[in-house]
Design a protein around this ligand. Structure first.
Ligand SMILES: [Zn+2]
Length: 147
């Protein structure tokens, strides 16, 4: 199976994977595969190709289009390509995966088993509230002037 860069499909060929036909495959438009492999895997799997972490985001299953898979580079590379420890994130505006850096926004209740849509890893998160204050003038105190 040939593996292509998902973002390159649009940026370099002006088409998404589901837009290709056998006559207008990514290679027809000049996009070279990152790699060709006989190994089998599913959508959502994390793949390390030439030392770079990718997520398999789209695998063609329709026989009318070329049978390929499309991968996207993970925002955070070091977690999957090295033995570095995974650390908790700093306080962020929204839920953020500590493994791959995927961002989910701020409307999630606390969770002990949040499964990342991007990398499939599991993490927990808790919501923290930070108070900030804004002040408005109402009445300035009149000082007593002594001469
Ligand atoms: Zn993740």
């Amino acid at each position: 199976m040939k593996i292509f860069d998902y973002d390159d499909c649009w940026q370099r060929t002006g088409k998404w994977p589901w837009d290709y036909t056998k006559e207008t495959s990514p290679e027809y438009k000049g996009l070279a595969p990152i790699l060709e492999t006989d190994k089998e895997f599913e959508d959502g799997y994390i793949l390390i190709i030439n030392g770079i972490s990718y997520r398999n985001v789209f695998m063609t299953k329709d026989n009318r289009v070329p049978q390929c898979t499309y991968v996207e580079k993970l925002k955070q590379q070091s977690v999957f390509t090295s033995d570095s420890d995974v650390r908790s994130t700093d306080l962020m505006p929204g839920v953020t995966c500590p493994y791959c850096g995927a961002e989910y926004g701020d409307c999630y209740p606390d969770s002990d088993n949040f499964i990342c849509d991007e990398c499939g890893s599991v993490f927990s998160h808790k919501r923290a509230v930070i108070y900030k204050y804004q002040s408005y003038p109402i009445k300035k105190h009149e000082p007593i002037v002594l001469d």
